[in-house]
Each structure stands twice: as C-alpha cells, then as structure tokens.
Design a binder for this molecule. Structure first.
Ligand code: BG6
Length: 470
C-alpha cells in the first residue's frame, strides 16, 4: 500500500447530484419551448420518451425541498437552449428565462449551489435543420445563447459547464437518438461538428471570464482509462490509441487549444480532418477552463486491432460499451471487474486512475459531474426501494476519490447521476439512477410521486459527515 492513511474530504467539498433538462423536465411543449433534436429524433420504440420525463419542470420546488433534505450542497442541471431561444437564435422566450431564474433562486434559498450546464445534447431543431453543429453559424448562436444566460444569471451562478460529453456526441452519436430515417452523420461531418463545438466552447469560456469574473467555467467530458488486455506491446499501443482518441484529444483542445498529434494523424490518414479557418485555434486556445468536469462510469479493456471488420464487436455499443475500430483497437472483456445489468463495467479503481491521469496531465481542479449505476429499481409494497447495489457502487467510488485525494489530486465536487430518476439517454425509464424514485412506468406516467430510496438516506449521512460515514 502506498500510504497508511487516507486523506479526508476537504472541508468545503461540494456534495451534489446531477440531471439534464431533457431527461428530467418534461413539459416539452410548454411555455414557448421550441423543439430540440431530442424531440425530433428516433428513440427506441419500447422505451419512454421525453415529453413528461420526471415532470421536474412543474415539480422543481418539491424536488429542491427533497434535495435540501438530502443535504445537497450543489445541484447540477442543464438549461434547455430551446426554452430560451425556441428557434436557436433570434427571439428570446422570457418565460424560459423566468423558469430557470425561479429554479436558481429556489436552490439559493436552500443554500444549494447551482451548477449550470449550458448544453446537454439538446440542440434546437431549427438549427439542426440548417446543418446543426456542421454549420459554422451555430458557433455564434451558442455564444449568443451563453451571453444571455451569463447576463441574466451570472451574478447567481458560480460554476458553469460548457458542453456535456462532447466526446459522446462525436464518437457515439447514436446514444442520444438517431435522426429520422436512421442515418448517422459521417466521421468527416462529425469531426467538423467537433471543431465548431470547440471554437464555440473557447469563445463561451472567454466570454464567461469577461462577463462573470467571479464565476468558473469548464468542459464536461466522459473520461475513462483504457487497460491493455495483455503485456503485449501492441496491446499497449492500442489502449493508448483509444484512450487518446476518445478522451485526451478532446481535453487537449479544451485546455491547451491544440489538436493532439495522434488524433490529427489519425484524421489526416482517413481524410477526416476538419476545415480550420483563421482564428479558430486562437479562439479555442483563449478558452482557459478554470476546472475540468468529468463524467465517469466505466473503464474498457483493449487489445491490438487485427485491422479488419472483425475488430468491431457485434454487441450494441454506447457511450460506455466500446465496440472496436479497425486499425485502432479491439474491445476485450476484463475478467477482474463486474458489470451492471446493462453491461457497463463497474470499476471504482479506474476512477482513481482516471483522476490521477487527468490531474497529472492538465493540473486543473476536477469536479466529478456524473457517476452512478443504472438499475431496474423496484418499488416494494411497503413503499421502500432497496437499492443497496447503488449504495455499494457509490461507496466504492467515494473510497477511490479519497485515494485520489490522498494521491494529491485536487477533486472539489462529486455530482452522482442522478439526483432523482430520469429517462435514460437510450434505455428508457426502467434504467434508473436517482436517489429519489419517481413513480412512473415506461409508458404509464402514474402519479409521478417522489419516494426516497435507501440510497437517499445513506447519501444523506455521507454528506452530513463530510464523507466519514458511508
Ligand atoms: C452520460 C450522460 O453519458 O450518461 C447522461 O451525460 C446519461 O445524459 C448518463 O443519462 C447515463 O447514461 P444512460 O444512457 O444510461 O442514460
């Protein structure tokens, strides 16, 4: 063992929990909200849609009272761009601003820090029709949207997140829905979108520093570590390939404003490199995030690519289940870890490793903005929800965060997914993550009653004791 004693959580550690607008709010056509890509894409037919979700839009006051009872010090939520600009640009919808103002004020009333994600997968459909992130005009639209939010909420919000999981959007676009007709964008167009998002993000971070000098802002990526399947040197290269292409290349741009050399060679080799206009790299480089937010769920195990189609696993992939890519890597099973019921690897030690690597590489404080276990929780007749597996999952991850703190990594907040049950990105309502059970089925929305799970009472003690009991 490297140390005899674990460091305690810092005194002002931000204990929180997360959600995103389209997965929790519902009210998808109310108060002037415009349609987003999520409203217009195809989602699996046998799972719940997002029109009612958890009805947080109408019940946020009741939910925040529960968050207060849980003891949350922070709540991470996203603002739906389409509530502010129904068409993505142009006319502002005051009702949308009012809604988030009330939500932020309610949080502050209870001493809960609002952590605001500007964009969590739900691009306004009006912009998508003009080419979405593939169209450079979206850069200005995003900057204008952010300007309105900084102007209205800048004095009340201390922490902003730019784009949630840009790497999921680019590498696993199907995880957030498939455009009608079923065709996903080509790699060339995805990397062009990626470039525009990076320029937009750089400009928005710079703007935040100008308009809200007391606030902090950072990117929120889905980060993880890749293990090499054996000590074969070629497996090590493959693991490094995928760890770089999937994770580091995004953070290298967000933090240093530089295209990672390996990513660039990979893109060039395939003819997938984006068009970069004069001033773009400068704009990306001027962003200077104040911290890095990471969403961590799983690790993956990698071996050398055989170079042909057999590299691509026949399993269904998503943001956590790696598929393989000819010439780059093959995905392997890891015999040392368990999996969730949905096939996601459970690897708390991988979180410590990922935190170490992120900190060593960028030297910026880290906020963990997602981590959790999706499970088909059951509401018992006595009104209880016995989610001991969630307690075990979070407990094990918290222990590894403490190890990372002991390693000298600066972690200042933990926001498990999710504060309450929400609709999963592509696996419906039965895949639950919350500390609070929401009484609805896949299609039957029932009474949407809020019920505290066992993990609620457990996390309450963790927060109360600043991580000592748990
Ligand atoms: C993250 C997303 O990738 O994982 C969330 O940021 C998502 O929006 C979470 O809900 C869990 O994934 P899923 O697919 O189980 O809902």
């Amino acid at each position: 063992m490297l140390y005899n004693e674990l460091k305690p959580f810092p005194k002002d550690f931000l204990w929180g929990a997360s959600t995103s607008a389209y997965q929790v709010e519902g009210a998808s056509e109310e108060d002037g909200k415009g349609k987003s890509v999520i409203d217009m894409m195809d989602h699996p037919e046998d799972t719940a849609g997002f029109t009612v979700a958890s009805d947080h839009y109408h019940r946020f006051k009741e939910d925040i009272r529960l968050f207060h009872e849980l003891g949350l010090k922070g709540y991470r939520f996203s603002i739906a761009w389409t509530r502010i600009f129904p068409e993505g640009t142009g006319e502002i919808n005051e009702k949308g601003l009012q809604h988030y103002e009330e939500l932020i004020d309610e949080l502050i009333k209870y001493g809960i820090e609002p952590i605001v994600t500007l964009y969590h997968f739900d691009l306004p459909y009006a912009l998508e029709e003009k080419g979405g992130w593939g169209n450079r005009e979206v850069i200005d639209a995003f900057v204008e949207y952010a300007r309105i939010l900084f102007n209205r909420f800048g004095k009340k919000v201390n922490y902003w997140l730019t784009i949630n999981e840009q790497n999921t959007l680019i590498l696993h676009p199907g995880a957030v829905g498939v455009p009608k007709g079923g065709k996903l964008p080509t790699k060339t167009s995805l990397y062009q979108q990626n470039h525009h998002m990076l320029v937009a993000q750089g400009k928005v971070m710079e703007l935040c520093h100008e308009m809200c000098p007391h606030s902090q802002i950072g990117p929120a990526l889905n980060m993880t570590s890749m293990y090499q399947a054996t000590s074969k040197p070629e497996d090590a290269i493959a693991a490094h390939n995928w760890e770089t292409i999937r994770g580091w290349s995004f953070l290298d741009l967000a933090v240093h404003g530089k295209y990672n050399n390996l990513l660039w060679s990979y893109l060039e080799n395939r003819g997938w490199q984006p068009e970069i206009l004069e001033g773009d790299l400068e704009a990306i480089g001027k962003g200077h995030p104040d911290f890095i937010a990471i969403n961590y769920y799983s690790t993956a195990t990698i071996s050398e690519s055989t170079g042909d189609a057999s590299d691509v696993s026949p399993r269904a992939g998503d943001q956590q289940i790696m598929l393989g890519e000819p010439g780059v890597y093959r995905a392997e099973e890891n015999p040392y870890v368990d999996k969730t019921k949905y096939g996601w690897v459970i690897d708390p030690v991988g979180l410590r490793l990922t935190l170490r690597k992120v900190y060593e590489r960028y030297n910026l404080p880290i906020m963990i903005t997602e981590n959790g276990i999706g499970a088909p929780d059951v509401l018992n007749d006595d009104g209880s929800v016995r989610d001991d597996y969630r307690i075990d999952f979070i407990q094990a991850h918290l222990k590894q965060i403490q190890w990372a703190l002991t390693d000298g990594v600066e972690v200042f907040g933990y926001f498990p997914w999710a504060a309450l049950d929400v609709v999963s990105t592509h696996q419906g309502y039965a895949k639950r993550y919350g500390f609070i059970y929401v009484n609805r089925g896949e299609f039957d929305v029932k009474d949407l009653k809020r019920i505290k799970k066992d993990s609620f009472y457990w996390y309450q003690k963790v927060i109360e004791s600043n991580g000592k009991d748990g």
